[in-house]
Each structure stands twice: as C-alpha cells, then as structure tokens.
Write a protein that binds this ligand. Structure first.
Ligand code: F6R
Length: 586
C-alpha cells in the first residue's frame, strides 16, 4: 500500500527509482513520482496514474541520489498535486502509511503561515522537516517523527546534504548494499538484482544512507545493527514469463506453490505440532482472501483435531472484547505479512496470552517478527493484486498444520495434489462461463460446509477483478432471502465437492432453476452430474479427491473464471481499480 524506493551511489538514480517503482506498483497505482538532486537542486517529477506515465518525465534526469513513490490514495484524490514526493525548503519526502494527527499538525503549520499545496496527510512531514532542518537532515527527521502519530515509512533527501534519511514505524522499510551504492525500499522485489541481502528496519528506527555507508539508529538515536537477511526476491521470478498477465501466470503457478509449501513444511512440522499440542481453542484470522483460507483452517482443525476453532476477520477481531483463556493458539494468515489489521491483532492476541502462529508468504515481514512460530507459504512472489497461488499455499499450509498436530504420518495426499491441480487447470476452460458471468446482473457463489468456504473466495475474486457484483452464500441460506434476487439475468455458481452435503446443494440449484436463474456447477461428485449437467450453463467435473483437498481444485477453477471474466470485460486483472496489495493502513 504505497511503495517507496530510494538510491544513493554511482549509478543513475532515475533509472533505479523507475525500475523499483515498476516492481512496487502492486502496492498502489494512483500516481507515481520521484525526487532527485541534480547539480545541488531538487528535481521533482510526478504524475497521476500508473508508473509508466512517469517515464517521459524522467528522460534526461541524471542524478546519483533519488527517492520515488507509487501511491494508493488515502487522503486526497489521485492527482498530480497529491502525488508524492512532497517538498518544502529544498527537502523532498516520500511516505507510506497514515499520519493520524495530520489535521492537528497541519492547522498549526497553517497558523504559522505555511502554504499547503496538496490534500495529503504526508505533506505535513515535508513542512515539519523544513522547519526542523538546521543542516542535519537525519536529526531533523528524528525530531519530526517525534511529532507524528500513526504509521510511516519515510525517505527524505535535501539539496544541501548528499544523504538519504529514513524513518519507519509500522510500515515496512528495508535497506541493502549494492555494487554501486545503497538502496532502500518498501519490500524485497524492488531491490532484486541490486541487493543480495537486506536489513529490515524495526519500528522506531531512523537510518542514514550515504553512497558508501549505512547507519541505523534506534528511537534514542543510538547506533544499532539490524540483522541482514537474504533478499528472497529473484529477478527471474518477477517477469511475466510469456503470460499476458500476472494473474494468469500465478494461477499457473498454483501447483508449484502447493508443492513447495509441502516441501518446506518439514522444517517447521515439529514446532507446529508442539505449539498446537494441548491447545484448547484455536483462533484463525486474516483479511480478504487470507480470511477465506482461515475458514478452511477452522474446518481442518475441528475435524482433524477436535479442537474448537473460530474465525474472524482481523479488522473485527482487533476491536472486539477478546477473551483469551489458557492454551489458545492464534493463526494469523497473511500473504504479505504486512496487513495492518492482521499484524496488530496478532500483537494483541499475543499480549493476551495466546501463542501466535504466522502463516505467510513473506518470511521477513512484520508478522513473522510478532509470531511465536512461522509456517512458510512458499508461493513465491505474488504480483497480481488479487491473491491466487498464495491462497492455495495458505490452504495447504493449514492442512499440514492440522495433520502435524493430529500426529498423522505423511502428507495426507497433498504431495500428489499438484499434479491433479495441473491437470485440472489444463482441462478446464472457463471462458464460456466467464462470458455468461460478465453479462449477468449478479453472480452468486453457493456451497455448503467446505464448499461454502470456497464459494466466498470465488465471489471475492470475481468481484475484485471484473467488477461484476455478486455474493458468496451458504446454499442452505438461499431460500431465506437471497433467492429474491434470482432471475434470468443472474448466474448462480454451485461448488459441490462434499459428498455428505451434495444433495442439499442440488436441491438449492433446483430452486434457482425453478425461478429461471442460470446455474453453473463445479463438482467432483458423479450423482450431481446425473441430476444437473443437462440443465446448466456450465458444468465442470473435477477429479475425485479427498473432501478436505477439494478446495484446492475448485478454487483454482474459480480463479480461472474470475480471470476470464476480467479479460472478457477488458479489465486489467493485475491492477483492479481502487485496490492495492499489502494493506499497511487501516
Ligand atoms: C484478494 C486479496 C486481498 C488480500 C487481503 C489480505 O484477492 O488479495 O483480499 O487477501 O488484503 O492480504 P494479506 O494476505 O497480504 O494479508
């Protein structure tokens, strides 16, 4: 959510910043900008829209120091003026986060006669810095952040010093050394190919980068050493590799994400079995797609361990009265490991006595630093804003945790599943159904039990990339209200993979058909085929797998459907409107 990058060294900062912003674009694409010091003068280029619009403005910029920003708007509409960097008194800043007390700070500055150009919260940082600056940018930044409430990763440069000053609190920031200088960014992909290792800054840190030196200070301005970790992002994994979109590439990578997650689980199996041993209650939390993976985790833990489990979105769990008794294990699930609500609720539950397990695709994220144990999701970099392969990895990881805690030997059939998913992806063509959905007034995703958990994810995916409205719903609940919406202009997609509940979903499908609604079915159950196939718009027959593993097949089909619908409607599935990956603000 907003991506920032900085560089100081012997190379051309404009090139590094532009390339880094392209790699960070999934964090926001409302506007992009860069600030550079050229011959002792600040040069600022910024533009509303995607990063590529910045390219012509950077032609001819030659500088050895620069910072850049790609924006997901929080305060102020997407516009050239609200784009970062913001500047005052020869100082330029970029900021990721939210300054909660900006209105109060802004009013004081206005009273002092400061003129604001933008509607952003971030601009106050530039003015406060300009006011505090007395020849020491890093010192002025330390003084400035002392006035801020909220979350921030800030990079600042000025005309009078050849340094980049940094500060962070509850927003990610890494620094790394390359062959020809120092780099800093929101996350690892931006520094792939430049920095083989990175240091992850901690909350309250202040740092100063020179071309040949980096210094990190804690909140008391004492010099500290932050651990250096390998940069896990690899250039070769960051391209489209011949695919038209990252979403299609990442759906194709689902089998590998599951296989790799199974492979790395061995290293944490023992620890997870111990952590869950004696658990009297399990809480699962996350946001969006990660929350939907948590719904499946609950089913796994309750069925395979018999431990009462509950699921709640992190944003709700965070602000309710939480009663954490003895022997509670909390699973915080997050692709990025940076989602503000998920990280904060993990902190809260830990402070209340729960053991926290992070299930994440980002091993150097904030969430891993909060957690007592980490289960790696080895999905590789996920660049499309909509989560696909990371969801499959999360589901596989939760299934493996349940198996480990139950003391079950082997992988419960998961090892063979990547091949089955591969075949499913090869054989399934959702384009005709995508056309139907794309031209429907509403698309309802229905299922019961384990299939309901997949249905809500299918609905979210279609909505976010195609903008076709719809809902994921338990099929048994249909007749209690949602059935009123069904007519010939709506499509109902039934997921039916739980044999014990199949008949009940078939009855719900009959009710939709009886009202003239269009029906599609995704199933691995033969009897469903006999009853419904001839009367559906689309019928997808999956290979029969264990019911607990079926979500990995049915969800892959639904991801393909969402992608095809987005393409059919001419949307950009990788960058859905209004959204961004890594939601580091509330
Ligand atoms: C949907 C999607 C989002 C994320 C959510 C949590 O496709 O990508 O709903 O799942 O923002 O993100 P993470 O998993 O990074 O915490």
């Amino acid at each position: 959510m907003c991506g920032i990058i900085g560089y100081i060294g012997g190379g051309n900062a404009a090139e590094v910043v532009y390339r880094g912003l392209k790699r960070l674009e999934y964090r926001g694409y409302d506007s992009a900008g860069g600030a550079f010091v050229c011959d002792g003068r600040l040069v600022i280029a910024k533009k509303e829209g995607k990063v590529e619009k910045l390219s012509p403005l950077l032609e001819g910029v030659r500088a050895n120091i620069g910072i850049g920003h790609t924006r997901w708007a929080t305060h102020g509409v997407p516009s050239d003026v609200n784009a970062h960097p913001h500047s005052a008194g020869g100082i330029a800043i970029v900021h990721n986060g939210i300054i909660e007390n900006y209105a109060e700070l802004k009013n004081k500055l206005l009273d002092e006669g400061v003129i604001f150009r933008s509607d952003t919260d971030s601009e106050v940082i530039a003015h406060l810095l300009a006011r505090a600056y007395k020849g020491d940018l890093t010192g002025a930044l330390a003084e400035t952040v002392g006035l801020l409430k909220g979350s921030y990763a800030i990079m600042a440069i000025c005309e009078r010093e050849h340094i980049i000053s940094l500060a962070c609190n509850k927003s990610p920031l890494i620094i790394g050394r390359g062959d020809d200088g120092y780099y800093c960014a929101s996350d690892e992909p931006a520094l792939a190919g430049y920095c083989p290792d990175v240091a992850v800054l901690q909350d309250g840190d202040i740092a100063e980068l020179r071309a040949d030196e980096a210094s990190v200070f804690n909140g008391e301005m004492q010099l500290v050493i932050r651990e250096t970790v390998p940069n896990l992002a690899v250039c070769s994994e960051l391209g489209l590799d011949g695919y038209p979109h990252y979403m299609s590439k990442e759906i194709g990578e689902i089998p590998a994400a599951v296989a790799q997650t199974v492979k790395v689980f061995g290293s944490v199996k023992q620890k997870i079995a111990e952590t869950l041993g004696g658990a009297k209650r399990i809480i699962l939390t996350g946001c969006g797609t990660a929350y939907h993976a948590a719904l499946l985790g609950k089913i796994y833990f309750e069925n395979m361990l018999g431990v009462p489990s509950e699921v709640e979105t992190a944003g709700e769990l965070r602000y309710k009265k939480n009663v954490v008794g003895e022997s509670v294990v909390a699973f915080a699930i997050s692709q990025s490991g940076e989602t503000a609500d998920t990280v904060e609720v993990a902190r809260l539950l830990k402070s209340l006595g729960a053991k926290v397990v992070a299930v994440t695709n980002s091993l150097h994220s904030q969430l891993t630093r909060v957690a007592d144990a980490v289960v790696p999701v080895a999905a590789g970099p996920e660049i499309c804003v909509a989560a696909t392969k990371s969801y499959s990895g999360q589901v596989a990881a939760l299934y493996l945790c349940a198996l480990a805690a139950a003391g079950t030997e082997g992988d419960g059939g998961l090892g063979a599943l990547p091949e089955t998913i591969e075949r499913t992806l090869e054989r399934t063509d959702t384009r005709s159904l995508a056309q139907v959905c794309a031209h429907s007034r509403g698309v309802y995703f229905l299922g019961r039990g384990i299939d309901y958990a997949v249905a809500v994810e299918g609905s979210l995916k279609l909505k976010e990339v195609s903008y076709v409205p719809g809902e994921g719903y338990p099929s048994g609940e249909l007749k209690h209200g949602t059935l009123a919406l069904i007519d010939g202009q709506t499509t109902s997609v039934f997921v039916i993979c739980d044999e014990a509940l199949a008949e009940k979903s078939v009855v719900a499908a009959e009710q939709v058909l009886a009202r003239g609604g269009k029906v599609a079915v995704i199933t691995c159950i033969d009897s469903v085929r006999e009853k419904l196939e001839n009367r559906t718009e689309y019928f997808c027959r999956l290979e029969k797998v264990d019911k607990f593993l079926s979500p990995l097949l049915s969800s892959a089909v639904l991801f393909g459907l969402a992608y095809d619908a987005a393409v059919a409607l001419g949307r950009d599935p990788d960058k859905p409107r209004n959204l961004a990956k890594s939601v580091t603000v509330e």
